[in-house]
Structures are given as structure tokens and as C-alpha cells.
Design a protein around this ligand. Structure first.
Ligand SMILES: [Ca+2]
Length: 233
């Protein structure tokens, strides 16, 4: 009998612990973007495109671990050439940045902009999502959600949906958190994959990103976010 009750007590303890852990486990699984904090990985952030070391950087910041920094004040030809070389061989050493004026439109920020993509994730049909990002910088970036569908004949993923988060009141020095709600399949039901694209352009300067998160939300949370978005614009 004694053994029996001990056994029950142990079961009870195990279930209580699991129950207490449950919200933590759910929170830990909530972010659909792999390595949204950029902290996983040794030399560079796993599950993200590689930063090229001239226009985009993985840097460490106290209290945040790894973050993404973008510099859009890089002479355009130099940035484009380096980008091509780096894609062919990411072990090459980045070149010294050529001096260029803050006001010049001959920068990468004046034309193409600087971008960095997450890995692709699955899209659920008719699911509302929330995109959140921490940001500070000298201008307003865009954080895109790019959606893709499988081309029925060519069997390749085709770009077919996009929406973007544009921080309404970013600060150059203080981290702030911004969110939007979105639903990739509301108007494009065949979308099956999506990714996040961090993007900065004008004015020329420095842009910083951290804690990129995409999570599933309820219809109620979605309406609240839509209302908030309408108020801002
Ligand atoms: Ca981080």
C-alpha cells in the first residue's frame, strides 16, 4: 500500500512539473522563425542568410546577444560587386569601405537597399499571424513577409504575396518593438511558404534588428492589430 501511494505521489509530482512547464514550452515553440534572436550559431546566425561584412553584419550587443546591423551608406558599385563575390565565396575577406557622403544617392541605400532573409517556413491556410521585430536606426526600415506558392507546372516556388512592417516611430539609439498582423492566404489561398526579409535603404546610415518573431494568433488578436494599424496610418 505504501509503495502504491508513493507511486501515486511520484506521478502527481511529475504531472505537476509538466503542467508548470507547459506554458514555458509553448512560449519556447511560439516563434515560427528559426533563430529569430540570431543567437544560435558560432560565427554567424544559423537559419539566416549570411551577412556580407560590408553592408550587413552580425554583431554582439550587451544584453541582446547577436543582432543584425545594416549600413546603407556604402558606395553602390562596391556594394553590388562585393555582394556577387561574397555569394560565390563567403570565406573571402570584406573590402575596406570606400568613403561616400551621407547625402549621396550613389549609395546602395539610394538604390537597391540592403537586405537579409530568414529561412522559409510553412504557411497554414486561413491562419492569422503576427510579425514582431525589435529595431533601432537612422531611418525607417521595412520588414517584409514574402509568401511563395509552388508553380504547378515548373515545380518551383514563386513569389506571390508580400506585406511589410514599417515601424511608425523608430529611434536611432533606443530599441523599440513593432508588430503587424497578417494573413498570407486570405487573398492568395495557394501560398504555402513564407520568409522574413529585413530591408533598409534611405536615409544612408545604420539600421539594427533583433528578435524577429512570427507567431500564430487568434481572430480576436488579429482584429486588435488591424485596428492599431489603422490608427497609426
Ligand atoms: Ca539577439
Amino acid at each position: 500500500m505504501k509503495t502504491h501511494s508513493t507511486f501515486h505521489f511520484q506521478l502527481f509530482t511529475i504531472f505537476s512539473m509538466l503542467y508548470a512547464l507547459c506554458p514555458m514550452l509553448m512560449l519556447a515553440e511560439e516563434n515560427l522563425i528559426k533563430n529569430g534572436s540570431f543567437d544560435e550559431g558560432t560565427e554567424y546566425a544559423l537559419h539566416w542568410e549570411r551577412a556580407d561584412g560590408l553592408t550587413s553584419f552580425f554583431e554582439m550587443e550587451e544584453g541582446r546577444g547577436r543582432i543584425v546591423k545594416m549600413d546603407t551608406q556604402v558606395e553602390r558599385q562596391q556594394a553590388l560587386e562585393w555582394n556577387r563575390k561574397f555569394k560565390d565565396d563567403p570565406t573571402l575577406k570584406p573590402p575596406q569601405k570606400k568613403p561616400i557622403s551621407k547625402k549621396s544617392y550613389g549609395t546602395i541605400g539610394g538604390v537597391e537597399g540592403v537586405m537579409l532573409d530568414s529561412a522559409l517556413i510553412d504557411v497554414k491556410p486561413d491562419q492569422d499571424y503576427k510579425l514582431t521585430v525589435d529595431f533601432k536606426g537612422e531611418g525607417k526600415p521595412f520588414v517584409w513577409i514574402k509568401g511563395f506558392l509552388m508553380h504547378p507546372r515548373r515545380k518551383v516556388l514563386v513569389d506571390a504575396y508580400q506585406t511589410r512592417l514599417e515601424p511608425h516611430s523608430p529611434s536611432p539609439t533606443e530599441w523599440r518593438t513593432f508588430s503587424i498582423g497578417f494573413n498570407p492566404t486570405a487573398k492568395s489561398p495557394r501560398i504555402t511558404k513564407m520568409k522574413v526579409r529585413l530591408y533598409s535603404y534611405w536615409p544612408n546610415g545604420l539600421y539594427y534588428f533583433d528578435n524577429v518573431k512570427v507567431e500564430e494568433i487568434t481572430k480576436e488578436e488579429m482584429s486588435a492589430l488591424v485596428d492599431k494599424r489603422t490608427e497609426v496610418h
